[in-house]
Write a protein that binds this ligand. Structure first.
Ligand SMILES: [Zn+2]
Length: 1106
């Protein structure tokens, strides 16, 4: 390989460079952080500056990014989008190709290094060392709610010493009515009265009776939580069923409900079987669950009211396990009697999973994300593209404020559809482009009203009347519908695409196909861990799978390669070369690309040269001693290369360490966990320099999306390194303490998926709304240069943007509310397109209608993103408190305005929100908002960034992981075993469980698992021989092994990231980590148990009502 090292011809190293200075202009310093709330919102429906121009309707009417213009002020005042785009190319000239007279220099491998600088062998700690030892004192275990006075009239006893947040022991005020709500959850109670009700429809809010005027016990709405109010004796549970408030209860209440029905029904025997609190109870994995269904024997055979169900032992936490049973404090609340996520999920599956969700009706609440269902587009966007917190919006802002229910949509514009569903049709309106409203520029959609015989149409968003272009004219039928209604996707479907005209392109020029640039850290750690060799090997094959459009034979995407440590190496892989050529740029202070021709190439044409390069890279750097890396210049180099090639693209950066080498964007180690729980904690989430934010802005202007693969052995400041990734719409992956043997599968699967997945480049998204509401806030991985347009250098099929809406006028029940999301993007073949999603919502004047049409999973998605952004600016405790307060207000408003009058001692939850407390508690306990000692600052920044782009399904499983009893799986069926609740008490030591949260899969093995099962799954003969370091299960030829592996494969297919497999043996030290995910339990880091949190929420609600 020939090597050119170009020295920079400009000013000396380290001095300010003219080009570089541009990044530091003060004008850019004021750029808001990503996700920081925008305070200025122009009138949403008012025309944007670009729209004020008297351009023809099909003209460049979208507000185009203006970020490329040097001073933001002038950029935003550009008279038209064309000019905005024309600014983009102007930076290119600063970084010309260096002259060929640059002196040749030695290859990096022969560069001298100081003997003393050789790094010590890098110790590779076990992957789990990041999770340190558990807290040593019980004080540390006291949860964050310890400071909240639980003692109210109903909850007064102080917790036992050492249990920071002990369960209350007093009896709550007896308030009479217990409502046997329609949820199967309460079947145990009704069972005592007789057989359970025959399959009551559940989870269908629309089918439920009105809120008012009906006696509570006959309502299925709302959910009342027993324990907060003892049910009347007619339900089988009277006050006497509660543990007496004095002294420990003699018997273990739970066993009767959970153990094998007949023998353990009397409390006592079951209790004595119990060892260490939880595992001893021979509980089927979810007897409560299956038993909750009508017709199951468990409950029907119960002779009497389930006594003493309200027992604290039912939620053992680790420290409780150490106590002898008699000393355990008592809960009043039976975990089986409070709303169960599993029950809600299963109910929705059985009620809504069998029929397609047809989108023809306004304001329909879709099935839950956990339900498998097909969608039929009949005029509204599929819930795979848009999900809302509520499908019925209050008519006035006063109502909205009163309820405190956030109005938000989680939008995934390029979501992948199952093969059974139809991809959005591509509509070509010809040279004049898509038909749009003259005033608000909304795109033609099913809700536009054609009038005057079809000659004009009235906009459904702004009511303006627009002439129908001659080429688009069509007659109307007797109902006023165009006769070509069903022939045109934009008239009959919720989602479709328009082919964009040149007016929608930068510089009035159709884009070139995008490019992928692979940028590999070749410093000591990367080489020694085998990472560099692994990446190079993988790239050889993965390049054959670059995204292709439709039926194209080969991908239009060109590729380029860079390696780097303290300096950058560019490679010429032109097809005509016999060998690749390396060009070294050692002056990283003013990055330029030393070659244009031959850097970005077609894979097929340059196949041999690329293969040769990828073979040589690991050899070239095999003996490197260079430990320092740069990072900013790497992104700059990729950006400059795309600028020079005049295309958008994606950088794949594989990076290992904190960039401490002298260069723009150099960072220092500023990690300080002592800041946790102080007012300065927010700085841990903020970038340490504005350099990357400024760089991100330039990247967005060019359509340069940055995907980051991190392999840290120590702190590398994800909060700062992730800024460009975040603001360009890229993805970040982190493999702490990367070890080839255990982590390569995960990394390679992630890389393959990341390279192959559908992505739109140079994207701009705008959400239009009908009069009365407007989009006011946005969450996700993107950049905004104004208050309405979400800009993303790249937007892939996994990314969501969450949009919040506020009222700016009254809405009407008749007309409802409309959303139109328009995404302008460049496809992987370089085609400019617009993807349109429309959604119509109902509007209500009664709060009950709002509460009946909410979607809690989406609400949690929004609340988590809102909170995770809040930690950038506010103390974490304040963020947690405000979350609790908002949810308490939501529930209090329901109680006050929608629920039937009842005793204040009752907690009454709206049916659609009955899981709000349990899910909210999971958000509050998450690593970002309440880190344990083992969670690193980088972990928190990483999680914060991931969650911000997650869709509703991902946040659902991330915050409330899925726990499957593997030993209950039917090896003869394709189905998954029914999930169980995330609590230690649900685990039996004779079983094996799988827990997944979208990032990890744990396989937990009980100490008493039969030897045969262990042999079948792990190929070893005893529990003690199971290795905790396995990263995959051995491939064994028996039904159980096949079944478990097929379950794991199935789970991997459902997630956008390859999950890390972790084997956890009961009572092993790794179990601490596993228990962290048993989110209904009190957590070791101080998070409340579900039951305790529900008590707390109840108290908060009562305070608001009193
Ligand atoms: Zn309009």
């Amino acid at each position: 390989m020939s090597v050119n090292q170009h020295t920079h011809a400009g000013p000396p190293y380290g001095q300010p460079q003219p080009g570089y200075q541009g990044y530091q202009q003060p004008a850019y310093g004021g750029q808001p952080l990503p996700g920081v709330p925008h305070t200025q919102y122009g009138a949403y429906n008012g025309p944007m500056p670009g729209y004020q121009q008297p351009v023809p309707p099909q003209g460049s009417v979208r507000a185009l990014p203006t970020s490329g213009a040097p001073p933001p002020a002038s950029g935003t005042s550009l008279p038209s989008g064309h000019q905005g785009y024309s600014q983009f190319g102007q930076g290119d000239v600063q970084n010309g190709i260096p002259t060929s007279t640059a002196p040749m220099q030695r290859p990096p491998a022969s560069q001298p290094f100081l003997p003393g600088s050789a790094p010590a062998p890098v110790s590779q700690p076990s992957t789990f060392q990041q999770y340190g030892p558990p807290p040593s004192s019980v004080q540390q275990l006291s949860n964050h709610m310890a400071g909240m006075t639980i003692g109210s009239t109903s909850i007064s006893a102080p917790p036992p010493a050492g249990l920071g947040y002990g369960p209350p022991t007093s009896v709550p005020p007896v308030s009479g009515s217990f409502s046997a709500t329609g949820s199967g959850l309460y079947a145990p109670y009704t069972a005592s009265q007789g057989p359970p009700p025959p399959s009551v429809p559940q989870g269908l809010p629309l089918a439920q009776p009105p809120f008012s005027g009906q006696p509570v016990p006959t309502q299925r709405l709302p959910t009342e939580v027993p324990g907060f109010a003892p049910p009347p004796s007619s339900t089988g549970i009277g006050p006497s069923s509660y543990p007496p408030s004095t002294g420990p209860h003699p018997g273990p209440p739970m066993s009767g409900l959970h153990g094998p029905p007949p023998p353990t029904h009397p409390p006592q025997p079951g209790y004595q079987m119990q060892q260490n609190g939880s595992f001893g109870q021979v509980r089927g994995p979810q007897p409560n669950y299956s038993g909750a269904y009508p017709g199951t024997p468990n409950y029907g055979s119960q002779p009497g009211p389930p006594p003493k169900r309200l027992d604290p032992d039912s939620i053992p936490s680790p420290q409780l396990n150490e106590l002898p049973p008699q000393q355990k404090p008592r809960h009043r609340i039976d975990p089986d009697a409070i709303p169960s996520p599993i029950q809600v999920i299963e109910d929705d599956r059985s009620n809504r999973g069998s029929e397609p969700f047809v989108t023809g009706v306004r304001g329909q609440v879709p099935p839950l994300v956990t339900t498998n269902f097909l969608v039929e587009d009949q005029g509204n966007a599929s819930p795979r593209y848009i999900r809302c917190t509520s499908y019925n919006i209050p008519c006035t802002s006063d109502m909205a404020k009163q309820s405190q229910v956030p109005l938000a949509a989680v939008i995934k514009p390029l979501a992948t559809l199952p093969p059974e569903e139809t991809l959005p049709y591509l509509v070509d309106h010809g040279e004049s482009g898509p038909v749009r409203c003259n005033r608000c520029k909304a795109y033609m959609c099913p809700f536009m009203q054609f009038i005057e015989g079809g000659r004009r149409f009235q906009c459904c968003f702004c009511s303006c009347v627009t002439e129908v272009p001659a080429h688009y004219f069509q007659h109307l039928d007797h109902t006023g519908k165009r006769v070509d209604f069903y022939d045109r996707p934009e008239l009959s479907l919720g989602s479709y695409e328009f082919l964009a005209t040149v007016d929608y392109c930068k510089n009035n020029k159709f884009p070139s196909p995008p490019a992928f640039i692979f940028m590999i850290d070749v410093s000591y750690n990367a080489v020694k861990s085998g990472l560099v060799r692994l990446i190079c090997e993988e790239l050889k094959s993965i390049l054959d799978y670059l995204p292709r459009e439709g039926n194209m034979e080969e991908s239009a995407i060109r590729v380029g390669f860079v390696t780097y440590n303290k300096v950058l190496h560019f490679y010429n892989v032109k097809s005509s070369l016999a060998q690749p050529q390396m060009m070294v740029v050692s002056d990283v202070a003013d990055m330029f690309v030393p070659l244009l021709d031959g850097f970005l190439v077609n894979v097929n044409e340059s196949r041999t040269v690329i293969a040769s390069l990828l073979d040589q890279i690991p050899e070239m750097f095999a003996d490197t001693r260079e430990t320092e890396t740069v990072f900013g210049p790497v992104i700059q180099a990729g950006l400059e290369a795309l600028k020079a090639a005049e295309c958008a693209g994606k950088l794949f950066i594989f990076h290992t360490s904190l960039p401490i080498a002298e260069a723009p964007g150099k960072l220092k180690n500023r990690d300080d966990k002592k800041l946790i729980n102080t007012d300065k904690e927010k700085t841990l989430f903020q970038p340490q320099t504005s350099f990357y934010s400024n760089l991100a802005k330039d990247c967005v202007a060019q359509g340069c999306c940055v995907d980051l693969f991190l392999f840290p052995n120590q702190y590398l400041d994800v909060a700062t390194l992730g800024v460009v990734t975040y603001q360009t719409g890229g993805s970040i992956y982190k493999y702490a303490y990367f070890q080839l043997e255990t982590d390569q599968d995960r990394f390679l699967n992630d890389l393959r998926r990341d390279v192959q997945k559908e992505v739109g480049f140079d994207a701009v998204m705008r959400v239009r709304t009908s009069t009365g509401i407007r989009a006011t806030d946005f969450f996700g991985a993107f950049y905004m240069s104004n208050t309405t347009d979400v800009e993303m250098a790249g937007l892939d099929c996994d990314k969501t943007i969450t949009v919040e809406f506020k009222h700016d006028d009254k809405l009407s029940e008749d007309s409802g509310a409309l959303l139109q999301c328009a995404l302008l993007y460049t496809s992987c073949a370089g085609q400019r397109r617009l993807r349109i999603h429309n959604l119509s919502l109902n509007c209500c004047t009664q709060l009950a209608d709002l509460y009946r049409n909410c979607e809690t999973d989406t609400l949690i998605n929004y609340l988590a993103k809102y909170a995770y952004r809040g930690v950038l600016n506010s103390p974490v405790k304040a963020v947690r408190d405000s979350l609790i307060n908002q949810c308490a207000q939501i529930l209090a408003c329901y109680r006050k305005n929608c629920a039937s009058p009842s005793s204040a001692g009752q907690l009454i939850l709206p049916e659609c929100m009955k899981l709000l407390p349990v899910y909210l508690n999971c958000v509050l306990k998450s690593d970002v908002l309440q880190p344990g000692p083992e969670v690193t600052t980088d972990d928190r920044a990483y999680i914060r960034q991931l969650v911000t782009s997650m869709d509703v399904a991902e946040t659902n499983v991330f915050f409330y992981p899925r726990l499957l009893p593997l030993t209950k799986a039917d090896v003869d069926s394709d189905s998954l075993p029914a999930a169980i609740r995330n609590s230690e008490e649900r685990l039996s030591k004779g079983d094996i469980y799988l827990l997944e949260n979208g990032l990890n899969i744990f396989v937990w093995v009980g100490v008493n698992v039969q030897q045969a099962l262990i042999q079948n799954l792990f190929g070893v003969s005893s529990f003690s021989q199971i290795s905790s370091t396995l990263s995959t299960l051995p491939v064994l030829e028996n039904p159980f092994s096949k079944k478990v592996r097929s379950i794991i494969d199935m789970l991997h297919l459902q997630r956008s990231r390859y999950m890390k497999l972790i084997i956890v043996k009961q009572e092993d030290k790794l179990e601490m980590l596993f228990k962290h995910f048993l989110v209904e339990d009190k957590s070791l880091t101080g998070g409340a148990s579900y039951v305790d949190f529900l008590c707390h929420m109840h108290k908060e609600i009562r305070q608001l009502l009193s």
